[in-house]
Design a binder for this molecule. Structure first.
Ligand SMILES: [Zn+2]
Length: 261
């Protein structure tokens, strides 16, 4: 028998049906509920017996998610056909809700990374740039995602929830942008300066962790390595992976140089 699908944050602010093992009703009917974020208890669904329309606005049962029982999300057509509201009026009791249908919740690069009870919170590698230049270690911090900046690049934005221990360029509460699929172990915090230069470079990933992004803009990395070169940026250079360290290295090559042969 296939493992039942566990409803995750992708179900947030949607109607779901769950097959509860011991529902408090005798009819052979699933639980119908609306998924919301309880500020204290996290991801939850509120509703009742599917065949009882009074449960839609006056739910009798609260289920904390995720839960290991079979369940499904109702699509828009079914919600309309069954006469369910887009969202029930009791929802306002639980305060402001996260954005509806945030596309990051279903990004295959991010799915499974979110906190099970707080469906927009995930861990991101944050930094002050290359440790070699900044003298600061990278840290892994929680970020609450709330916006897509560039879906093609998997570039997202959110608020930094935790205070880094020793970093000086980012602090709790800051708006931060991160790449969802940088290779390596975690999504990666990026600066506007880095993004501005990124398209001009090919980066051969670290053979150890697979990271295909860097922490500093390539021109800054070049100055760190070749301080006497002035503003001449080399067409190609290698850099030890900022996460793995030596001997693992990335290779950076300027696209304009690559095109010229
Ligand atoms: Zn690496």
């Amino acid at each position: 028998m296939p493992k039942p699908p566990a409803l995750d944050g992708a179900a947030l602010l949607r109607w779901v049906e769950l097959e509860l093992p011991e529902p408090p009703w005798s009819e052979a009917e699933p639980f119908l509920g609306f998924v919301y974020l309880d500020p204290q208890a996290g991801l939850s669904a509120k509703g009742g017996r599917a065949g009882d329309p009074s449960q839609v606005e006056r739910p009798s049962l609260t289920v904390r998610l995720p839960i290991g029982v079979p369940g499904r999300v109702l699509d828009d057509d079914e919600v309309a056909r069954r006469g369910l509201p887009a969202s029930p009026s009791w929802l306002s009791i639980y305060g402001p809700q996260p954005p509806a249908r945030g596309p990051w919740r279903t990004d295959p690069g991010l799915r499974g990374r979110f906190h099970p009870q707080y469906p927009d919170d995930l861990q991101v590698l944050v930094h002050d740039g290359e440790p070699r230049r900044s003298g600061k270690r990278t840290e892994v911090c929680w970020v609450r995602v709330d916006a897509v900046v560039d879906a093609d690049r998997a570039l997202y934005e959110g608020a930094l929830l935790s205070q880094p221990h020793q970093l000086v360029t980012v602090k709790a509460g800051d708006r931060v942008r991160f790449l969802g699929r940088p290779g390596g172990q975690h999504p990666l915090y990026v600066t506007p300066e880095y993004l501005a230069e990124r398209d001009g470079w090919e980066i051969q990933p670290c053979p150890s962790c697979g990271m295909k992004e860097c922490l500093d803009p390539p021109s800054v990395m070049a100055r760190t390595r070749f301080p006497d070169a002035g503003n001449d940026v080399p067409v190609m250079f290698t850099a030890h992976c900022a996460v793995c360290g030596p001997p693992h290295a990335q290779v950076l090559q300027r696209r304009d140089a690559a095109r010229g042969g």
